[in-house]
Design a protein. Structure first.
Length: 151
């Protein structure tokens, strides 16, 4: 059973999202926060596409990393941190469309590691979302004292 060790996880995640500069640069917006899961979306612009017009694989991998990571953040104690220890992304279809949807969840909770999955969908017009990539990720939990202080 997945459980949170932070009753204020939603507010804490919203505060951490405000400090996610790379996510803001991309234009990714979180749309759902729940215990062990996160979802969000990105309106595709030219800057997100590779030379053939598809959503760039790096953008897709970044979204998978964000939602898997924040799904794990929803479970850890306040003031603890989550970092990506490992991620594998499988691409199924080119990302041709107007918007990317990203969903991340914890599939196995642990004290030091949370095992997560992410799914990335593309939406084109009024068509049903198409699953274009799936990721598996291991998110490591670090305690406040394990994080190096800024000099």
């Amino acid at each position: 059973m997945i459980q949170t060790y932070n009753p204020d996880f939603e507010q804490d995640i919203r505060e951490k999202l405000e400090r996610q500069e790379f996510m803001k640069l991309l234009g990714f917006k979180v749309t759902k926060i729940a215990v062990g899961s996160i979802a969000g979306e990105l309106t595709l612009e030219q800057r997100h596409r590779q030379h053939k017009g598809f959503a760039h694989g790096g953008v897709i991998a970044t979204l998978a990393d964000i939602v898997a990571g924040f799904a794990a953040v929803s479970l850890v104690p306040k003031h603890y941190h989550v970092v990506t220890a490992e991620i594998k992304v499988s691409y199924f279809h080119p990302g041709v469309g107007d918007k990317l949807l990203a969903k991340g969840c914890v599939i196995k909770q642990g004290r030091k590691f949370n095992f997560c999955e992410a799914e990335i969908y593309v939406v084109k017009g009024e068509q049903e979302p198409l699953l274009i990539a799936k990721a598996s990720a291991t998110m490591a939990t670090t305690t406040p004292e394990e994080i190096p202080r800024k000099v």
